[in-house]
Design a protein around this ligand. Sequence first.
Ligand code: SAH
Ligand code: SF4
Length: 413
Amino acid sequence: MPTYNIWTIGCQMNKAESERIAAGLEERGYKASKSVNDADLIVLNSCVVRQSAEDKVVNKLHDIRHLKKEKPELLLALTGCMVDSDIKPLKKKFPFIDYLFKAGEYPPWLEKTEEITLPLKPTPSVYISISQGCDNFCAYCIVPYRRGRERSRPMEEIICEAEELARRGAKEIVLLGQNVDSYGHDLPGKPDLADLLKELNGVEGLKRLRFLTNHPKDMSDKLISAIAVLDKVCEHINLPIQAGSDEILKAMNRGYTAAQYLKLVEKIRKKILHNAITTDIIVGFPGETEKHFKETLDLLSKVKFDTVHVAAYSVREGTKAARELEDDVPLKEKKARLNRVEALQEKVQSAINSRLMDKAVEILVEGKNKGKWYGRTRTDKLVFFQSDKNHLGQAVHVKIDKTSAWSLQGIIK
Ligand code: SAH
Ligand code: SF4
C-alpha cells in the first residue's frame, strides 16, 4: 500500500486544505507514513506570507531533494501560496518537484473527482473554508496574488458539509475565509455570514461555531447581532487592525481609520456579552516612524486585546508596497518594536486572564497533552485540567485555579 506524508506551514486555511488532501489520498488507498523518510509521496503545503515562512519551505524542499537522491521513486508535490499561476519559474528552480498545484485547488491525482473530500476522522473541532481568495489588496500582502479573487462557496454546500461532519462526530466548526465579512457578495441572492451562521446554528450535534478572519471595514451590525443572539456562535472575534496610525493604515490600503476601528470595538463590546477580541499587527511597515509606532502601542493599551499576533513587515515581491515603498525600517528596529508589542501584550493578557480566577468556564475538550486534558473556552482561551475519564469532544465546566498570560488551569466540576 503506498504511503504519504504531508508537511504543512502557515495559516488555518492551509491546515484545512492539508486535512482534505490527506482524506483524498486515503480514499485512493494511500496510508499515512510514520515519517517523511518512509513515504512514497510527500506533499508540502507552503506559505509565503513572510520571508521567514518561505525560507522554511525552501529548506524543506532541499531536504527532500537529498531524500530523492537516495530514493528516486519518491514523489514530491508542492501546494500552498508558494505556487503562483505561472509555475514555470518554480519548475525551473526546483526541477525535482513532481506535482505543483495552487492553494485550494485539487491535486492532480484527484482531478476527476467532483465529490467533496471531508477530513478523515473529524476531531472535535473541524475547519470549513467558506470562501477562497481575497479582493482587498492590502499593500503588503501576497495572498490575493496567490489565492486569486474572492469566491464564496454556496451556502447549501457548506451546510451539507457541516451536517455530515456533525454526523461523524465534529462538535465545533471553524469557518475560514480571508475576509469572512464579505462572504456571499458574489452568490445569487447575496447571502451573508450572518445568514450562514443562522442556518448552521440549527445543525444537530454541533456545539460551537467559530469564524475567521473579520475585516474591520466590512463587519456589519447584522453580524454583530447574529453573534450576540445565536447560541452556538462563539463570542470570539479576530479583527486584525495591523497598525494604530491612520497614515500607516492608509499606506497599507486597509480602508478604515483607527477611530473607526475603535468605534467598531465599542459596538461589539456593547452588544456581545463576554466577548474576546483578538488582532494582528505588522510592525516596521515602510515609513513607520517611532511616532507612528507609538500610536499602535497606544491603541493596544486602549483596546486591551485578548491576543495579538504580531509580525515584522516582510517585503513580498509583486505587492504594491514592494513596488512603491522603500523597506526603510532596519531589521533591528523591527525586532525591537515587535518585542515592545509582545511585552505590552503580555501584561494586558495576564490582567485579562486573571479576571477568570475562581470562575467556572465551559470548555470543549480537544485532546490530551502530557497527561492533561485541554480545550478552549468560547472566547478561545486555552484551559488545562486533570481527569482519569475520557472527555474528548465533551463540553465540560472547569473552575479556574491558575492563570497566566498564555493559558489557564482548573478543576473539572
Ligand atoms: N486575511 C487576513 C489574514 C491575512 S495573512 C487579514 O486580513 O488579516 C495573516 C497575517 O499575516 C496578516 O494579518 C498580517 O498581519 C500578516 N502579514 C501579511 N503580509 C505580511 C507581510 N508582508 N509582512 C508581515 N506580515 C504580514
Ligand atoms: Fe491579505 Fe488584506 Fe486580503 Fe487579509 S484582507 S488576505 S491582509 S489582502
